[in-house]
Design a binder for this molecule. Sequence first.
Ligand SMILES: O=C(O)CCC(=O)N[C@@H](CCC(=O)O)C(=O)O
Ligand SMILES: [Zn+2]
Length: 345
Amino acid sequence: MPQQWVPNHDFLSLTRQNPNGLAPSQFQLENGTEVQIWDTGVICFTPEGVQDKDIVLSCGVHGNETAPIELCAELVSDVLQQKLVLKQRTLVLFGNPWAINAGKREVEENLNRLFSGHHSKGAGLINAERKRALALEKYVTRFYQQAPVGTRKRYLYDLHTAIRGSRFEKFAVYPYLHERKWQQNQFEFLLACGVSTVLLMQTAASTFSYYASHQHGADAFTVELGKVRPFGENNMSRFTEVRQSLRALVADEALAVKPFVESDFHLYEVYRSINKQTQDFKLHFANDVENFTTYPVGTLLATDGDTEYRVEKEGEALIFPNAKVAIGQRAMLMVVPRSVKGQLE
Ligand SMILES: O=C(O)CCC(=O)N[C@@H](CCC(=O)O)C(=O)O
Ligand SMILES: [Zn+2]
């Protein structure tokens, strides 16, 4: 039987057993779906029949963000067992197998700061994460470019979990679109996934979702699905909506989406990014303070050597605070509410 190529239909285990690479292979399921393994953590499905979407689902770009890894592992396993019948071309990526095995966010460098060519800047391709970023860019490029001709739409949902708890448990980062417009149907899809908080970025980034959005014109998002927990400790009932919605997307099944109403969402934009300048960078609030927390104007948030960062604006909320980032990198974003009225396509 062709399924022998993925023992026990468990592509995550195969990936974890071969973090340094997997020889390409391909086979066909009895339902006609073509399965191609391109590398460790990289599996491409092409279903029979007409499709019009090219969908990338990625997880494990940060190795300790296990809930998305479990969701994707289950989806791949169900496709291989023909319990889930795909109707759209789908590429599933387990981003950072070494970090997944180590149970760590990163091994040497944050993979999600290395896209759009950042892997080759400075010292160049000096570590596994830099090489993986380049390889993932090539796989995504191949996936989108090998699509059959015709009118098609590109998607990439890069699934993460946040280090801290959040006032709004699930939220998405909508990468900067330059001249393109925010897509109403994507807000509706996110809401169906249980994601009603969206951070609208206004600058280019070195993240995977920005890369897919900017380089390939995909509807692409970083989707934060809750708080980081080790394998086996995730309450998977918290992920029912996103699980169902992603499966409906790849199976091309109708999804009951609610038409966009702005009041269903918490929408934010970046007010300022606080980057770590010295080893003395220190946060002045507790580890259990949640993403999207606000403080009164004047409150001391962080110090970095002699520099003090205080709340400057009413309603300014903190997100992704992390004193342990490398020098020069974003240690916290301060965001403010905004509207998208009249600005959706
Ligand atoms: O909780 C945190 O501090 C980080 C969670 C996380 O990994 N977030 C992503 C966001 C990527 C983006 O801005 O699109 C990251 O920091 O890479
Ligand atoms: Zn992450």
